[in-house]
Design a protein around this ligand. Structure first.
Ligand code: KE4
Length: 425
């Protein structure tokens, strides 16, 4: 039995934790079988409790741009921990990380740290509503902005996998203020705005989507959204929890050349520890407590250990911007290798890639929105996932996710991965 200890640990976990996991996508529900349990990781490799090594293509769902246990991050956290873990009182390192983030990301003057991407997106929507005095928001089917009630309306990521996009527990009162549009459908957004004239506070979007697999906005769509928001006095909220500090120093705003009104971060900004953040021009952030009336708070927000990890990570990126070209080239190499093998094997597929975000879809037609992403053949996906896992390649356990490469992955690892695809099919 390849996964004896993981299986025993999973059985034990299920006695005390719902589904045995602390985040649903980890439970392998979308791919079947039981999750592996990880003992540790270093660089490109995960090591499970049964002694198997895996090339890791989720990098903790994005944060670990330089791979696992990256020396400068570990050192910073260990040193910081020796001086205490949390005070609930301001510390200098919060300002150091804030200054660096503001320097790296265009079009923001101030940033507020929280503990997750969910908190960042939830707080940004409250700020947008408080700033504009309007109630409704538009989100896109298949986009995932965390598990706050307002977003669990045809969310992407784990919520889609469970086939219950509208989660129980979300009230009609909440759902009525979240309007749904389709990604890459500007006319649909225009129609919603027209039908809700003067009532929409914000449009929230993943500027490059990663929770339906990877979906790239057309230039006409993303620029059209910016123009529409400017015309209508609607705030454009870029959820850069995935794309922030992964696509470029300045994230999607930089690579797409679009100025958002509020930008949300998570994952990379915490270097693998719990950090989320939201940022905007000073005149918008001035509405946030304690400067302004929009309330938002958090016991562990700006936690010194998390700030130390985030500061080490962003400092590494600031010093080595070539990391973006390196992981993009590696992702392109993987993309081309997988495409070649699947084509040779006659497997119907689409591969979407943007920077170091990539996803493989087993369907005929291009994947441009949630509906087209949902047409992927999940039986083929399951076979693919487990075939790769059994060969020591850890892929995201859901067709509605993107791969997140880290720069510790070598070209040998990539070629090993492509060979494993060939063996699988
Ligand atoms: P967290 O609350 O999970 O830190 O962030 C929520 C979030 C917000 N926005 C985007 C674009 C995101 O991708 C996420 C979280 N991403 C998923 C992976 N697709 C987290 C994995 C999980 O749920 O365990």
């Amino acid at each position: 039995m390849r996964y004896e200890r993981s299986s025993a640990l999973f059985a034990e976990a299920q006695k005390y934790i719902p589904g045995g996991v602390n985040s649903p996508v980890r439970a392998f529900k979308a791919v079947g079988g039981e999750p592996i349990f990880i003992k540790g990781a270093k660089g490109a490799y995960l090591y499970d409790e049964d002694g198997h090594q895996y090339i890791d293509y989720i990098s903790s769902w994005g944060p670990l741009l330089f791979g696992h246990a990256h020396e400068p991050v570990i050192k910073a956290v260990v040193e910081k921990a020796k001086k205490g873990t949390s005070f609930g009182i301001p510390t200098e390192i919060e300002t150091e990380l804030a200054k660096l983030a503001v320097k790296m990301v265009p079009n923001i003057d101030k940033i507020r740290f929280v503990n997750s991407g969910t908190e960042a997106c939830m707080s940004a929507v409250r700020l947008a509503r408080g700033y504009t005095g309007k109630d409704k928001i538009i989100k896109f089917a298949g986009c995932y902005h965390g598990h706050s009630d307002a977003f669990l309306i045809q969310a992407g990521s784990g919520a889609v996998t469970f086939g219950s996009p509208n989660s129980p527990g979300v009230t009609q009162g909440t759902a009525k203020d979240t309007l749904l549009a389709n990604y890459n459908d500007l006319d649909g957004v225009r129609a919603l705005v027209k039908a809700n004239q003067g009532k929409i506070a914000a449009i929230i979007i993943e500027p490059v989507a990663g929770n339906m697999g990877c979906i790239i906005p057309t230039k006409e769509f993303i620029h059209g959204l910016r123009e529409l928001c400017t015309q209508e006095g609607i705030l454009l909220l870029f959820d850069e929890v995935m794309t922030g500090f992964r696509l470029a120093k300045g994230g999607a705003q930089e690579v797409l050349g679009i100025d958002a009104d509020i930008v949300m971060f998570g994952k990379v900004i915490g270097g693998g520890l719990p950090v989320g953040a939201f940022a905007a021009r000073a005149e918008i952030m001035a509405h946030l407590a304690p400067e302004g009336p929009v309330y938002q708070a958090g016991t562990l927000s700006g936690n010194p250990l998390a700030m130390a990890a985030g500061l080490a990570m962003l400092t590494e990126i600031d010093k080595q911007p070539e990391v973006f070209e390196s992981i993009t080239k590696k992702t392109e190499h993987l993309h081309n290798g997988i495409a070649k093998v699947l084509t040779e094997k006659g497997i119907v597929h689409q591969i979407n890639r943007f920077g170091s975000m990539v996803s493989v879809h087993f369907c005929e037609d291009p994947v441009v929105d949630f509906a087209s992403s949902a047409k992927g053949n999940n039986d083929t996906f399951k076979k693919y996932f487990h075939g790769m896992l059994d060969q020591g390649i850890y892929l995201p356990p859901s067709a509605f996710e993107s791969y997140f490469l880290n720069d510790a992955i070598s070209y040998d690892d990539l070629d090993r991965t492509v060979a494993a695809v060939k063996n699988t099919f």
